[in-house]
Each structure stands twice: as structure tokens, then as C-alpha cells.
Design a protein around this ligand. Structure first.
Ligand code: B1M
Length: 223
């Protein structure tokens, strides 16, 4: 299993999408994220193992970027490689029960274009039995408010990956609180912490997709 974690991590960090992709030149002609993910699942490897590889690869390229050893283009191609893996594991993550437990509206906050974590959370919450309405990235507060008005009783999920967009998350939470005080708001993303959640008055901070779905399950069926 560890072998696949490392192989996927290398493809994601280096941006090796598939066998025919010419980038990076030192991996020309070798299998990429596409082939390795397909092979792993065929061999019975659990989707979580592939996710671990993706996260490890993203951490590596993120670290290189922060140390000026990689560029935005590297981040983009790594994102393409990770999305290629996610396409393979999507059917596993989304194979939840058909009867829906409630509606969950999710979006990346205004000014923020990062969507890989949000997409992962969407897939896992869909698999957890909720109907997910995905508003995409760079979502203005008004769009969240409009969607709540059309889907009364829904849960809201906000994602932010930049320290500079955390204040936009705070503004969205404040506006939702003011207009729809009973709406449960879940927040997450790499720079988000429990302290920040408490400070801005959101209901729940989840460091990952699994705790998000656990929280929703508990909320729909309180003990
Ligand atoms: Co960006 N970027 N990026 N980037 N990028 C980071 C976030 C950064 C940490 C890199 C670094 O410097 N080391 C840094 C932010 C620094 C900071 O704010 N302090 C950064 C920067 C600076 C930027 C730009 C400003 C770069 C530039 O242009 N100069 C720019 C900003 C663009 C914008 O948004 N306005 C930018 C652009 C991009 C790309 C577009 C190239 C690309 C995104 C592609 C895409 O998303 N389609 C990108 C990428 C890929 C990254 C890194 C490398 C990876 C992010 C990722 O997808 N991780 C990232 C460094 C890193 O995180 N290692 C970085 C994998 C993903 C599964 O994890 O999103 O954390 P994550 O989601 C997790 C949890 O956080 C949680 O669950 C997920 C699964 O466990 N979670 C939730 C997330 N949302 C949740 C919501 C929930 C619950 C849980 O409930 C609602």
C-alpha cells in the first residue's frame, strides 16, 4: 500500500498526469497519476490510500512553492494530477445511500480559487447521504444568502485556503448569521483553526472531510 502512496505522491508533486503527458521531462513515457490510480484500485487498494498519496504530493509541492523552488504553474499541473486521481475515486466516495438526509450548500469564499479540498468535501458528504449544492469558487456572500433562501433548512459549508480570504469567510458568516440565524455553518480549509471558528461564530470547524460528514450526521440525528 505504501508503494502506491509514494507513487501517487510523486506524480502529484511532479505534475505527472498520465503516460502521454510530456511533463515533467524526466518522467516522459512513464505511467502517471491516471494509470497508477487505475492500477491501484484494480489491485484492491483502498481509495483512502490514494488520497493519502495526493495529500502528501500536495504538501511537497506546497512546501517547494513556499521556499521559491516551484512556481504557480507547478501548483496548477499538480492540481490537474490530483484531480485525475479524484476522478478515479469519486464513484467510491459518492456511493452513499440514495435517500438524502438533508441539503448541504458548499462554496469557496470570495477571492479564493482553491477548489480541490472543497470538491473532496463535497464528494464525501454526498457519499454520506446528503444532497450537495456546490456553488464553486470565489463565491460572494449574496450567492450564499440567495441559495439559503431557496433551500430553507440547508447546512452551509465555507472553504478558504488563503490567509487573505479568511476575512471574507468571516464576512459571509456574519451576513448568514444575521439573515438566517438558525442556519448551521461549517467551515474548513488549511489556514482555518478552531480558534478562528469560535472567533467568527461559525458552528463547526472541520480539519478534513470526514469530520465534516460526522458533524452533519450528528446534527440531523442528535443523540
Ligand atoms: Co495556492 N496557495 N495559491 N494554488 N496552493 C496555497 C494554499 C499555499 C499555502 C501555498 C504555499 O505558499 N505554500 C499559499 C497560501 C499562503 C497563505 O495564504 N498563507 C497559496 C498561494 C499563495 C496561492 C496564490 C496567491 C499564488 C499566486 O498566485 N501567487 C494563488 C491564489 C489564487 C486565489 O485563490 N485567488 C494560488 C493559486 C493556486 C492554484 C490555482 C495554482 C492551485 C489551486 C488549484 C485548484 O484548487 N483548482 C493552488 C494549489 C494547488 C495550492 C496548494 C499547493 C495545494 C492546495 C490543495 O489543493 N491541497 C496549497 C499548498 C498546500 O496546501 N500544501 C496552496 C489539497 C486539498 C485536498 O487540501 O484544500 O487543504 P485542502 O482541503 C482539505 C482540508 O483543508 C479540509 O478538507 C480537505 C481534505 O482534507 N477542507 C475542509 C477544505 N475545505 C473544507 C471545508 C469544510 C471542511 C473541511 O467544510 C465546509
Amino acid at each position: 500500500m505504501q508503494e502506491y502512496v509514494e507513487k501517487i505522491a510523486m506524480c502529484v508533486a511532479q505534475g505527472k498526469v498520465n503516460k502521454s503527458s510530456p511533463f515533467p521531462p524526466n518522467m516522459k513515457g512513464q505511467d502517471g497519476a491516471d494509470e497508477i490510480a487505475a492500477e491501484a484500485l484494480k489491485n484492491g487498494v483502498q481509495p483512502n490510500v490514494l488520497l493519502d498519496g495526493c495529500m502528501l504530493g500536495m504538501d511537497r509541492i506546497g512546501k517547494d512553492f513556499s521556499e521559491n523552488k516551484a512556481f504557480v504553474t507547478n501548483l496548477i499541473i499538480s492540481a490537474v494530477a490530483m484531480n485525475t486521481v479524484l476522478k478515479h475515486i469519486k464513484p467510491f466516495l459518492e456511493s452513499g445511500e440514495v435517500k438524502r438526509k438533508g441539503k448541504f450548500v458548499i462554496g469557496t469564499v470570495s477571492g479564493d480559487l482553491h477548489d480541490i479540498g472543497k470538491n473532496l468535501v463535497s464528494m464525501i458528504i454526498t457519499g454520506g447521504g446528503f444532497e450537495v449544492i456546490d456553488l464553486g469558487v470565489d463565491v460572494p456572500t449574496n450567492k450564499f444568502l440567495d441559495t439559503i433562501s431557496k433551500n430553507q433548512g440547508c447546512y452551509i459549508g465555507l472553504s478558504a485556503l488563503l490567509t487573505t480570504t479568511m476575512s471574507n469567510m468571516e464576512n459571509s458568516v456574519a451576513a448568514i448569521r444575521q439573515t438566517y440565524p438558525d442556519t448551521k455553518i461549517l467551515i474548513g480549509g488549511a489556514p482555518i483553526t478552531q480558534n478562528f471558528c469560535t472567533q467568527i461564530g461559525a458552528d463547526f470547524y472541520s480539519p478534513n472531510a470526514y469530520e465534516a460528514v460526522e458533524y452533519l450526521n450528528k446534527s440531523v440525528a442528535p443523540a
